[in-house]
Write a protein that binds this ligand. Sequence first.
Ligand code: NAP
Ligand code: ZN
Length: 359
Amino acid sequence: MPTTTPALSVPSAGAPFEAVLLERRDLRDDDVLIDIAYAGICHSDIHTVRDEWGAAHYPIVTGHEIAGTVAAVGDGVTKFKVGDRVGVGCLVDSCGECEPCKDGHEQFCTKPAVGTYNSRGYDGEWTAGGYSQQVVVTERMVLRVPDGIGLDEAAPLLCAGITTYSPLKRWGAGPGKKVAVVGVGGLGHMGVKIAAAMGADVTTLSRSMDKADDAAALGARQHVATSDADAMKAARGTFDLILNTVSADLDMEAYLRLLKPFGALVNVGLPTNPYSVRPFNLIGGNKVLTGSQIGGIPETQEMLDFCAEHGLGATIETLDASDTKTIDAAYDKVVAGGVRYRYVIDTSTITPPPPPPTS
Ligand code: NAP
Ligand code: ZN
């Protein structure tokens, strides 16, 4: 029998959330049924439901920061059993056979990979994400949440955690390295915590000084207001690595100037407009301008284990979704840069309207 689960859905671009009943597929042999406890709100959810990237397919149930417990498993499942604490991130399937999949970089599956929402599964069905009480996912894409991390503070690690961990590791954040994180939001605050835990000297670059005290508590040693021209000038040539998490357009050249020679500016923020960079600003100092997309399944597990080892979880505000307007308001607050620092939905509060009476 397919499972029916309460969910939060957006019926069209710009429309508010509504609580609905959603059908999840019958368990296949390799499937895990997860009782979702918490789902984080990522800015990508907002870009998607507002159709800022195009290609939105309505109705959409967003949510790719999922944490919960295993409720049932298919006959062939070997990695998980009922009651295990688990997470699901941005991917729910990949071919498992192409070179990127074999290398553990499922996000670059050539088939391609199936996203947790707004994506067509290999069975042709549209996927629906974590703003719901249950989800069915093939076991290969399910992560184990270590015991030391609460499910609420673990949920955002499944996207914000891995999206910052992967480039910080790849580009060498660690002792002796000066790392700047641009934007102290959902991704940014995890970037600060993880880079500090890796041993780097971390600076936060934020629009104002409002988040300076919070940034220090997250692990930053310096905080610079990007609106302060003198402070930005003083920061020129000082960073080995800059991680840009900003969801809006930025002047790339202004940030390239802050790098030391051979430094790297890694973009993970996803506004839609092109960057404009004159070659002189890359060539002078042999600078690297690059990007990074989430992370594969093995690296996501590595990140969760790293966070448990270092006592890291997301800094969260928990949302009650019984009034769906709360979620609409939360989206506006994220866009205004007002969340401290990740909203998670307590999915047990999702309350669909009762079915109409039958005569
Ligand atoms: P978020 O919580 O809204 O954080 C973004 C931060 O950017 C804000 O807190 C704010 O920090 C800063 N900001 C916002 N508007 C700005 C503006 N107009 N000018 C300058 N700074 C601004 O968003 P998020 O969930 O961290 O996601 C950030 C971006 O990463 C989104 O575009 C999202 O789609 C993308 N993303 C990418 C990947 C990937 O695989 N690459 C994965 C997940 C998300 P301050 O207040 O400190 O300035
Ligand atoms: Zn995300």
